[in-house]
Design a protein around this ligand. Structure first.
Ligand SMILES: *Cc1c(COP(=O)(O)O)cnc(C)c1O
Length: 433
């Protein structure tokens, strides 16, 4: 029996058995179809079962299934690494492979920490984070995540960090307006570093969108200010692009959209577009050079058994190539315009039920007004999910935050069906009681 992830074990609904998928559609064993409006936890960016990725998988399987990546190498890992360094425009020089978003972030944290140990700045031992961050489910990544129902029970196991309020351009934590602010929301970070200039190894955050924390958007200037602050105090900037990477915000990477230069970047989800477990951490020669020493104590000992698996790398390379071959970023721009129009209309039709409507790239959000019940544990969440599913749409609101993260290839008619399912569901439930 499976213990399903993120599934309360008390009286769970039986899961829907999916037998095949194509483009934005999932098909269950009874022949029902569902529009996957969240790209199966944000991964299936090209839609499901893209023929070019499938072909790359098959070709690679005929050639080489696996070989360890220490003492050995292979074309898929080398070619994918070269392509990633190319599309990140020379900012990074080194690629570390792992299997998922949590491990990619874990590697960023360990590299940043050990970098300062290796160069003798041994007092830089902790990280700055934001209170609705999510970086994964391992002990290390939970430590740099904001306090939430996900990690609270493990508080006693988490390493200490310095936490700040999340930048949030819909509900500004310092009472400013996005069009006239000067990123005052992160002034507290700067003041803290002025008082503690040598204790922080890095600032860890999700660029432009805090995803799992509730699809919270903030503007590029905040990242630019954090970059300036990090440089001024000699601390590293660790950017978690696990969700935002590969087009989600409209640019290939959110840090590129914000025109900043992080020291480390973690990439997963869209990397292999839901076809294989592979992730990367990119870093610079500056960081790498601190590990180039004959002293074994200064080596970086981190690798997972399946790291850089050839089949996974081949799938990822095919996925990355599709961005040019099929004009993905143009599709994201179109999708953004359509979601802006469609979701705004819904928000206007239900002014009392919706407290915020926001769209950035291929992420569309309708935040429900549910008073004190807002947050991940919003009790109406289960009903919402069920109602969407009954209408043939996969949406999994984060608490009271309904969001769309569709495959970039979603058709106009499917998108209209998703809007219709939201509209009908909002008419059926009564909010604000
Ligand atoms: C999903 C996610 C992770 C964790 O990735 P996994 O592959 O689930 O381990 C880390 N950071 C962000 C921003 C994510 O959205």
């Amino acid at each position: 029996m499976i213990w399903y992830p993120f599934t309360l074990q008390f009286e769970p609904d039986s899961p829907v058995k999916i037998v095949r998928a194509k483009e934005e559609f999932l098909y269950d064993e009874k022949g029902n179809s569902y529009i996957d409006a969240i790209s199966s936890w944000w991964v299936s960016i090209h839609g499901h079962n893209h023929p070019k990725i499938l072909q790359a998988l098959k070709d690679q399987m005929d050639q080489l299934d696996h070989v360890l990546l220490a003492g050995f190498t292979h074309d898929p890992a080398e070619n994918l690494a070269a392509e990633l360094l190319r599309i990140t425009e020379g900012l990074f020089q080194r690629v570390l492979y792992s299997d998922n978003g949590s491990t990619a972030v874990e590697i960023m944290i360990k590299l940043a920490y050990q970098y300062f140990q290796n160069i003798g700045e041994t007092q830089r031992k902790t990280f700055i984070k934001f209170d609705t961050s999510y970086h994964g489910d391992t002990i290390g990544t939970m430590s740099v995540g904001g306090d939430s129902v996900f990690n609270r029970v493990f508080a006693g196991l988490l390493f200490p960090t310095k936490e700040f309020p999340t930048p949030n351009c819909s509900f500004c934590p310092v009472g400013k307006k996005p069009d006239s602010c000067a990123a005052e929301c992160v002034n507290a970070v700067e003041s803290y570093l002025e008082e503690n200039p040598n204790s922080i190894a890095g600032i860890v955050l999700e660029p432009l969108i805090f995803g799992s924390g509730g699809m919270i958007f903030y503007k590029e200037e905040v990242l630019q200010k954090l970059e300036r602050v990090a440089k001024r105090f000699g601390t590293l900037l660790l950017v978690d692009e696990v969700f935002t990477g590969f087009g989600r915000t409209g640019a290939l990477f959110a840090y590129q959209k914000a025109k900043i230069q992080p020291d480390l970047v973690a990439i997963a989800k869209g990397l292999s577009a839901g076809t294989a477990a592979v992730a990367v951490t990119l870093t610079t020669e500056k960081i790498h050079s601190a590990f180039v020493t004959p002293d074994p104590a200064k080596g970086f000992y981190h690798g997972h058994t399946m790291t850089g698996n050839p089949i996974a790398c081949a799938a990822a390379l095919a996925s990355v190539t599709l961005f040019q071959e099929e004009n993905r970023l143009d599709q994201v721009r179109n999708l953004e315009a359509k979601m802006k129009k469609g979701l705004k209309k819904i928000a206007e039709e239900f002014p009392n039920a919706i407290r915020d409507c926001r769209v950035l790239g291929a992420v569309g959000v309708l935040e429900l007004e549910v008073g004190k019940e807002s947050g991940y544990t919003y009790p109406g969440n289960k009903i919402l999910k069920k109602k969407f599913l009954e209408k043939g749409v996969v949406l999994r609101p984060l608490g009271n935050v309904i969001y769309l993260t569709p495959p970039y290839i979603i058709s106009d008619s499917s998108l209209e069906k998703v809007f219709a399912a939201i509209r009908e569901t909002l008419s059926e439930i009564s909010l604000g009681k």
